[in-house]
Ligand binder design. Structure first.
Ligand SMILES: Cc1cc2nc3c(=O)[nH]c(=O)nc-3n(C[C@H](O)[C@H](O)[C@H](O)COP(=O)(O)OP(=O)(O)OC[C@H]3O[C@@H](n4cnc5c(N)ncnc54)[C@H](O)[C@@H]3O)c2cc1C
Length: 490
């Protein structure tokens, strides 16, 4: 029997997708090339968009003890102020991605996902009904068959290559390293905590654990001495000296890696029964946590659609909306991060003009929500007078979840929600036929939500809204368009 879904890659995106599929009851196997979860990962920030998704699924409570709130955001290291936004409170959260991966893996396992480490995918083949992957694993070569396969195997995706999907883009000459060092409290690197741009590039030092700092350097316009293998301690010291003119000795090297200045977008997000998500679909300069928020949003967008298709409940064309909704978001992340790189190197007066511009509240809000991945709006209609929340997640997800326990429970279950904020003693809505996919939740009006009732897809996106005056016009159509027909067993 083929598996329902094979996910390739147990990075944050593959694991998030595994959780989403299991919430919907879909059988899933995750094939990961590494023998075990990574002990090190370069990322330490999750942005407001990721926090919203983790809050929706009740995962933020698991992650919170491992990190701290960081209520700042930046565009090309020009600092913004999320605290000035009126009704949304997206905040960055500092969390080593190894811990995020740990919590997602725990959750995926608890939900019943089959995680298989040490299985590296080499090749795949597909026909009209299934996909077959060939892997090298602990017991040698194996084949695994699934009805769908999702490549979440990162920037060098073997799935993307085997599916024949191009990955056009740009790669600039660039020497980037990231390294963890255990240092004494009086070590010179402790005097350089923070991130700073220099004429040659970037230099950042951030604490990642007591007595351990992460050093990150970016040298623009130069070729690295090598593309393979971890940089040596000498190379790390040399990069720090070249970028920031800081000389240091000592410190115990714990881990180091290279990174590149590459921007690429997959030509397609789907080839037959194969989909791409996360870095396998889009890579760009890592700034503001945009890569991860775009990737996790891919996973949350795709999971319920694949599950509905496999359950025979997907309305016509539902699976195609994954690419039509998500590829433009990936394209925009590529475009806006390239714009940031242009502001970072060479350093010009344009940065000063930008620093002046961000003092305007509208500019601050535009950029905070853009880099935080919270401004995405899917275009469900060309009607310019459509409700402004249509295609968006509602503002203040954490506060909404805290104040309406039934809403938190519905989100944690991965179902759609009909949110009735009307003031009558009884709801006028009847979900008979759809209660397996949509929860009816009653609530007082939520701050910043100018509506009497909303229909939310499982990914939290508003797909129907009424302010009351127009009754329930369009509700049945929206329900059919996103959730399909009634179940016979309700
Ligand atoms: C220097 C640097 C700093 C960064 N900092 C941040 C940050 O602070 N915040 C942020 O949000 N983002 C940051 N990023 C980006 C972030 O790391 C990525 O966007 C994120 O890891 C992408 O997740 P993913 O699951 O799509 O891919 P990955 O994390 O790359 O996971 C892919 C998984 O697939 C596995 N795999 C690969 N090939 C195969 C195969 N053939 N078979 C089976 N398994 C395979 C890999 O072993 C891996 O586990 C940074 C990136 C870099 C380079």
């Amino acid at each position: 029997m083929p598996h329902d879904v094979i996910i390739v890659g147990a990075g944050p995106v593959g694991l998030m997708l595994a959780c989403e599929l299991r919430l919907a009851g879909t059988e899933v196997v995750v094939l990961e090339g590494r023998a075990a979860p990574p002990g090190h990962a370069p990322g330490v920030a999750v942005n407001g968009g990721v926090v919203e998704l983790l809050e929706m699924r009740g995962l933020m409570d698991d992650c919170r003890p491992d990190g701290f709130e960081f209520p700042m955001a930046h565009f090309a290291h020009v600092w913004l102020d999320p605290g000035r936004l009126a009704d949304r409170h997206p905040y960055n959260f500092s969390l080593p991605h190894t811990r995020l991966i740990h919590h997602l893996a725990e959750r995926a396992r608890a939900l019943g996902a089959d995680l298989r480490f040490g299985h590296r995918v080499r090749d795949l083949a597909q026909d009209a009904d299934s996909v077959e992957v060939r892997t090298d694993g602990p017991d040698g070569e194996r084949t695994t068959r699934g009805r769908y396969l999702v490549g979440c195997d990162g920037a060098r995706s073997a799935v993307r290559r085997a599916a024949g999907i191009g990955f056009p883009g740009h790669e600039e000459p660039f020497h980037g390293i990231v390294a963890d060092l255990r240092i004494d409290p009086d070590h010179v690197l402790n005097q350089h905590l923070g991130a700073k741009e220099h004429p040659a590039g970037l230099f950042a030092v951030s604490p990642v654990a007591p007595g351990t700092v992460r050093v990150l350097t970016a040298l623009f316009g130069v070729e690295p001495p090598s593309r393979d293998g971890a940089p040596s301690p000498d190379e790390v010291r040399d990069c720090v000296r070249r970028v920031a003119d800081v000389a240091f000795t000592g410190g115990e090297p714990l881990w180091s890696a290279r990174w590149s200045n590459e921007t690429r977008l997959a030509e397609r997000y789907r080839a037959g029964r194969v989909f791409l998500a996360g870095d396998a679909a889009h890579v760009h300069f890592p700034l503001g946590g945009q890569a991860l928020s775009t990737g996790l949003d891919d996973a949350v967008n795709l999971g319920w659609k694949l599950a509905a298709d496999l359950a025979g409940q997907a309305p016509a064309g539902l699976l195609d909306t994954y690419a039509t909704e998500r590829r433009p978001v990936g394209e925009r992340a590529c475009r806006t991060t390239r714009a940031q790189v242009a502001l970072l190197h060479p350093l010009t007066e344009l940065r000063e003009v930008f620093a002046e511009l961000v003092t305007f509240p509208d500019v601050n809000e535009y950029l905070v929500t853009m880099v935080g991945g919270t401004d995405t709006r899917y275009r469900f209609t060309d009607d310019g007078s459509a409700h402004p929340l249509l295609g968006r997640r509602i503002p203040g997800i954490a506060a909404a979840a805290r104040s309406v326990p039934d809403l938190a429970a519905a989100w944690a279950s991965g179902r759609g929600v009909l949110l009735d904020m009307g003031d009558g003693p009884d709801t006028r809505f009847d979900l008979t036929g759809w209660t397996d996919r949509v929860a009816l939740v009653r609530s007082k009006p939520l701050p910043g939500v100018d509506a009497e009732a909303l229909l939310l897809r499982p990914d939290g996106r508003v797909c129907w809204a009424t302010r009351g005056g127009d009754g329930d016009d369009g509700l049945a159509e929206a329900r059919a368009a996103w959730f399909g027909g009634p179940a016979t067993t309700d």
